[in-house]
Design a protein around this ligand. Structure first.
Ligand code: G1P
Length: 267
């Protein structure tokens, strides 16, 4: 079965990038005249996705505006003999829907709002903070693996030990090239842990995750964590980790953002 649906949770406050995120969602940070989230949408489309649900929040209307067609601007360009610029306005060819998360209760809660959209199909999740630049779209490796193995797949990458505490991490055993069987997951481990594999914001999941998202306990900050729901799922379902290649950039980190712009500028 082909993976046709994807969910992009984009409801966070972007506190790491304040003050600019008071008015510009980090998903809209420009990278070569396109907002960051467009790269993620294009990755999804290039991986075969046909329908996307974005979970947004109150201050994210610019995302919705951006993906709207602007007939007024198109007409203006035409009347000004600038119709060659209209090509720049062509939007990614995909069905887009939006839901607003009413309360900032974490990634797991945001994702739980996708239940009606997903219905009974396996689906992808792309976290738009994470931009992954690779030859093949990162998500495609995960959807291909899902189609072959029929089990949930999480994208992971090796990160230095001292940075593990910033991520959800997985403990696993190797299955085959780039593929691991997950034994355990921890969201932002506080003590040393015997792994170097961090979750990097790409998932292919089954609708069974929703029952765990609805029942898992919030963490100490009151947020429902997707990693905790996956941990609960692991008690009766095999979950795979796929070690992604390519370069990952967290656009909420200033250094990563600058490096990404430089990389794409030079390419
Ligand atoms: C989220 C996930 C975490 C994952 C990370 C990747 O954390 O909860 O498991 O490793 O994205 O970017 P956040 O960065 O939103 O705190």
């Amino acid at each position: 079965m082909k993976i046709k649906k994807a969910v992009i949770p984009a409801a966070g406050y972007g506190t790491r990038s304040l003050p600019v995120t008071k008015v510009i969602p980090k998903e809209m940070f420009p990278i070569k005249s396109k907002p960051a989230i467009q790269y993620v949408v294009e990755e999804a489309i290039n991986s075969g996705i046909e329908e996307i649900l974005m979970i947004v929040s109150r201050n994210k209307h610019t995302i919705i505006d951006y993906f709207d067609r602007s007939l007024e601007l198109e007409t203006f360009l035409q009347t000004q003999q600038k119709s060659h610029l209209i090509n720049k306005l062509i939007l990614p060819n995909v069905h887009l829907e939006y839901i607003r998360q009413q309360e900032a209760k974490g990634l797991g809660h945001a994702l739980s709002l996708a239940k009606r959209f997903v219905q009974d199909e396996p689906f992808a999740v792309l976290l738009p903070d994470d931009l992954i630049i690779s030859d093949q779209p990162a998500l495609k490796a995960l959807t291909d693996t899902y189609v072959e193995k029929q089990a949930p797949v999480i994208g992971v990458m090796q990160v230095p030990k001292e940075r593990l505490r910033q991520y959800g991490v997985v403990m696993s055993q190797p299955l085959q090239h780039q593929l691991h069987q997950i034994n355990h997951l921890v969201e932002k481990p506080r003590s040393p842990i015997s792994t170097n594999l961090a979750i990097v914001g790409r998932y292919v999941l089954q609708p069974t995750i929703f029952k765990h998202l609805d029942t898992v306990q919030p963490d100490l900050s009151g947020e429902i964590q997707l990693t905790d729901a996956l941990k609960a799922l692991l008690t009766n379902t095999s979950i795979l980790a796929y070690e992604l290649t390519g370069k990952r950039f967290d656009i909420g980190l200033e250094d990563d953002y600058v490096q990404l712009i430089q990389l794409l500028h030079n390419s």
